[in-house]
Design a protein around this ligand. Structure first.
Ligand code: SF4
Length: 177
């Protein structure tokens, strides 16, 4: 195994949701529109099975652990649960996070989910995993890798509270708090 593969294996083993953290960080730099809207659905949360282990893709060097995996008509569907009140439409970052889980299901189970679910307090949205959303995700992942090898990556937000809670605050020259 290469050094990179050892690192990835260690991260997967520890259950870190590396993909999600890096994805949110990187994709927030890309101002795009056209992500599929979510539609409200009614689901029985009692029937959801917790996802017990992180999913992993060697091809995309991606790992992440959806909150739940649901079987719907023979399809495995990822579910992301948010503790916040429901917005009118799912946030873009949440849609991309869900898309990453759909990609991981593709890789692990060999079948592409038609959609995923984002559950906010009292409301659940279904988001179609379209070819366009998949392409957007792949592009974001490529951008993320470019940024990782870049010496200087600009801050992508104006939130002082986010910096305040950030573990890199002491070293970061772009911190707002
Ligand atoms: S402290 Fe730096 S790395 Fe952390 S959130 Fe703020 S700008 Fe980003």
């Amino acid at each position: 195994m290469s050094a990179l593969e050892w690192v990835l294996a260690a991260l997967v083993g520890s259950g870190l949701i590396v993909a999600v953290i890096l994805l949110l960080w990187a994709t927030a730099q890309r101002r795009r529109v056209g992500l599929p809207p979510g539609r409200v659905v009614y689901t029985d949360t009692g029937a959801w099975d917790r996802c017990e282990r992180p999913l992993f893709s060697r091809r995309y060097l991606l790992t992440g652990k959806p909150d739940y995996l649901v079987e719907e008509r023979g399809q495995i569907v990822p579910v992301e649960v948010k503790s916040t009140a429901p917005p009118p439409q799912p946030y873009r970052s949440h849609v991309l996070q869900l898309a990453a889980y759909c990609l991981l299901i593709e890789e692990e189970f060999g079948q592409r989910p038609g959609h995923g679910l984002i559950h906010y307090q009292g409301r659940t949205f279904a988001v179609d995993y379209t070819p366009e959303l998949r392409a957007e995700l792949i592009e974001a992942l490529e951008g993320m890798r470019d940024d990782l090898s870049s010496a200087d990556v600009l801050r992508n937000h104006e939130s002082a509270s986010r910096c305040w809670a950030c573990g890199y605050r002491e070293e970061c020259e772009q911190r707002l708090a």
